[in-house]
Design a binder for this molecule. Structure first.
Ligand SMILES: [Mg+2]
Length: 287
């Protein structure tokens, strides 16, 4: 039979018991919630991430020589092709960040600190020259170079990060040669007006010297300039080139950052974080 103590007595016993227990050592506070945690964890640890990169570069490599030997083959749009491709030497064009170099440690640091991207922090990370090669990128670019195909990196790293960036690439074994190897943000292209961070002018610069066999990137803007960065505008920008995806253009996954995100909140980074977050929730499909 269970004894029932009167409530007041039971309460006294409970608190008296608590008082007798020595205080526990303080535990570290739980890390603040961060919407980018899963995306960075996936990019950095999931084998599936690595396999997507590997299969993309392997597939491209298996198609590269056919493209090389087809004199009509060109991976630049009519808008980007400033000079006829016929007779020009071959090249492949690759973005750098999250295309050939893995910057997930920079993202991981932001998740841990609760910080946000800023130019100074990003430049400091680039200057560490500790980005690793993404799976398949090294083998592909070396294969291209071995077949006499120029390897050109069009990146939105600032042009003055060229020394650190090229050193990082060289240390990893990426082919880097010629004055055109790194076309960063700030590259002046005569006769072409730079629009924001769009890469069209730099693609035009490449088009004057090369027939481009393939392009690689993790952002839509690595392939086409995007006039309206909305979900609909982004789909419209790629619409005429869907047949090129997987043959001339190779798209890699980046759930950790990119223009897809501000497209969900009207590109208004000045809006409070809670408002941007709500707009992202509003953008989800629920049925
Ligand atoms: Mg990129």
């Amino acid at each position: 039979m269970r004894l029932r103590l009167p409530l007041a007595l039971a309460t006294f016993a409970l608190f008296a018991g608590c008082a007798a227990v020595p205080p526990r050592p303080a535990t570290a506070p739980a890390p603040a919630a961060n919407d980018n945690l899963d995306a960075v964890a996936w990019a950095q640890t999931a084998i599936e991430h690595d396999l997507v990169y590997l299969q993309t570069y392997r597939d491209a490599q298996s198609r590269l020589l056919a493209a090389l030997h087809d004199p009509q083959w060109d991976a630049l749009t009519r808008e980007d092709r400033a000079a006829p491709a016929a007779g020009l030497p071959p090249a492949v064009v690759l973005d750098i960040d999250e295309t050939v170099l893995d910057n997930s440690p920079y993202q991981a640091r932001l998740v841990k600190s609760g910080g946000a991207y800023d130019e100074a922090g990003w430049a400091a990370w680039c200057k560490e020259q500790r980005a690793r090669a993404l799976p398949g990128a090294l083998a592909f670019t070396r294969y291209a170079a071995a077949h006499g195909i120029a390897v050109i990196y069009i990146s939105n790293r600032a042009q003055d990060l060229d020394t650190a960036t090229l050193a990082n690439l060289r240390t990893l074994g990426f082919p880097v040669s010629g004055a055109d190897a790194f076309l960063g943000l700030g590259t002046v292209v005569p006769g072409c007006e730079q629009v924001g961070t769009e890469k069209g002018c730099r693609r035009q610069l490449v088009s004057r010297k090369y027939r481009v066999l393939m392009q690689f990137g993790d952002q839509l803007s690595d392939f086409v300039d995007v006039a309206a960065n909305t979900a609909a505008g982004r789909r419209q920008a790629i619409e005429g080139y869907l047949d090129w995806v997987g043959t001339r253009w190779f798209v890699l996954p980046n759930p950790t950052y990119g223009a897809w995100e501000p497209a969900l909140f009207n590109n208004d980074w000045s809006a409070p974080p809670a408002k941007r977050r709500q707009q992202k929730l509003n953008a989800l499909r629920y049925n």
